[in-house]
Each structure stands twice: as structure tokens, then as C-alpha cells.
Design a protein around this ligand. Structure first.
Ligand code: MN3
Length: 241
């Protein structure tokens, strides 16, 4: 599969982060190397478990290596494995991930495929929405856009925090582009703004598995720490295009 289908993976890796991610990359290569009959015109191979763009301990102490290890190694991988089992031998096998998501959204009998596909996309996007020593001031071009839409970077941060905290139960908080304006929105469960005609720029996973080991029930503390210390504004600017 073309890496651009993976949402988050358009971020170029420097050598250090490539090396840090190489263990996960080996697993991804092993998956893409699985023997399959050649199918002309079809995207090759199963949906990929994309590499984590940094080491599992690189976000500590904001997010512990234990949390990332389970979240990436069990949850994210679980969605990939489930999806590949669900689509094997069906019309969705070999499609780019975003196509699978759009083709199964709001189709009740395809809910399991949608949920697993959207969670694969959301997690790849989430890993790239953070970086070690992130946070701080957005790059100038993004800051101008944020100020046009929210009034200030602080107001944008508060809108993201509010979306994250007010999501009842599992879900995601997003910075999105809606037409020409930035907005903070939330989605429940596997929901993804791609299906709502919105362009995702950043996300924060607010499923309990994202923070419970480190923050227990204190979701707001987790989100504040991610926004202040890890958020990858450069990734948002790249997605803004
Ligand atoms: Mn998650």
C-alpha cells in the first residue's frame, strides 16, 4: 500500500526516528511480504501496521513506555489484524485504507470493517500528531490560520481540550479544516472526520486505554499534557497543505 494512504505517515522520518521505529517496521515488512496471488490493478498486500514514528519510551513521562507499548503493540496492531481478517477475500481486500473507510461508513452490515479500518487510520494519525518535545508555539503559517479561526492559540488549545473532555465515553478530539476555517471537533468510538467532509489536521485519542495507566480517570490532565508537551504542530501544518 502507498504510505500516503496511512494518513499520518506522510511525515518524513529522520534517520534517528527511523532507527527507533525499525523494530516495528520489521513487523510491517513481514506483513507486506506475506505471499498473495498477484492481482493486476489492485493495491498490493494487506493493510499495514505502520511503524511508530519514535521509540516507545520517547514520549515519557507524559505518556509512559508501558502505555505506548500496549496502545501501539496491542490495540493498534489488533485493529490491523482484525481488519485484514475481515476483508480477506471480500470486495474491500486490496483497497487503500481511506477507500475502505469511506465505502463502509454508515453501512450497518459493514460496521465491523468500518470500525477496525477507521481505528487503524486514527491510530496512525494519532502517533504522528505527537512528537518528543512537541507543544510550544505553532509555526507562523499555522498560527495565522489558528488566530483567524479561534482568535488565539490559547483559544484553540481550550477548544481542543473542551472537545476531548466533553466526548462522553470513548472517542477522539480533532483539529480539522472545515471549508476554510479551523475547528475543534470530537468523534465517538471509531469516528473519523474524513467521513464528514472535514480535513483532519491533528487528533488526540481519548479512549481510556490511551491514558488510564498514567492518568487513571484524569482525562483532562492527559489532554492538557499532550497539548502542552507533545502536540506536533508541524504535522498539522503539513496536513493543512
Ligand atoms: Mn487508542
Amino acid at each position: 500500500m502507498d504510505r500516503s494512504d496511512q494518513g499520518g505517515s506522510s511525515v518524513p522520518m529522520n534517520r534517528r526516528s527511523f532507527l527507533a521505529a525499525s523494530a516495528a517496521g520489521v513487523a510491517g515488512l513481514a506483513m507486506t511480504g506475506m505471499a498473495r496471488p498477484a492481482r493486476p490493478q489492485a493495491a498490493a498486500g494487506p493493510v499495514e501496521w505502520t511503524p511508530l514514528p519514535y521509540a516507545e519510551n520517547a514520549l515519557a513521562p507524559v505518556i509512559s513506555a508501558g502505555t505506548i507499548g500496549f496502545h501501539y503493540g496491542k490495540h493498534h496492531k489488533g485493529y490491523v489484524d482484525n481488519l485484514n481478517k475481515l476483508i480477506a477475500g471480500t470486495e474491500n481486500e486490496g483497497k487503500p485504507l481511506e477507500r475502505i473507510i469511506l465505502d463502509t461508513a454508515d453501512v450497518p452490515e459493514k460496521a465491523a470493517v468500518f470500525n477496525n479500518a477507521a481505528q487503524v487510520w486514527n491510530h496512525a494519525f494519532f502517533w504522528n500528531s505527537m512528537k518528543p518535545a512537541g507543544g510550544g508555539e505553532p509555526p507562523a503559517a499555522l498560527r495565522r490560520k489558528i488566530e483567524e479561526s479561534f482568535g488565539s492559540v490559547e483559544a484553540c488549545r481550550e477548544a481542543l481540550l473542551s472537545a476531548a473532555v466533553s466526548q462522553f465515553g470513548s472517542g477522539w478530539a480533532w483539529l480539522v479544516l472545515d471549508q476554510d476555517k479551523l475547528k475543534a471537533v470530537k468523534t465517538a468510538n471509531a469516528g473519523v472526520p474524513l467521513t464528514m467532509g472535514l480535513k483532519p489536521l491533528l487528533t488526540v485519542d481519548v479512549w481510556e486505554h490511551a491514558y488510564y495507566l498514567d492518568y487513571q480517570n484524569r482525562r483532562a490532565d492527559f489532554v492538557r499534557a499532550v497539548l502542552d508537551k507533545l502536540i506536533n504542530w508541524e504535522f498539522a501544518l503539513k496536513n493543512l497543505g
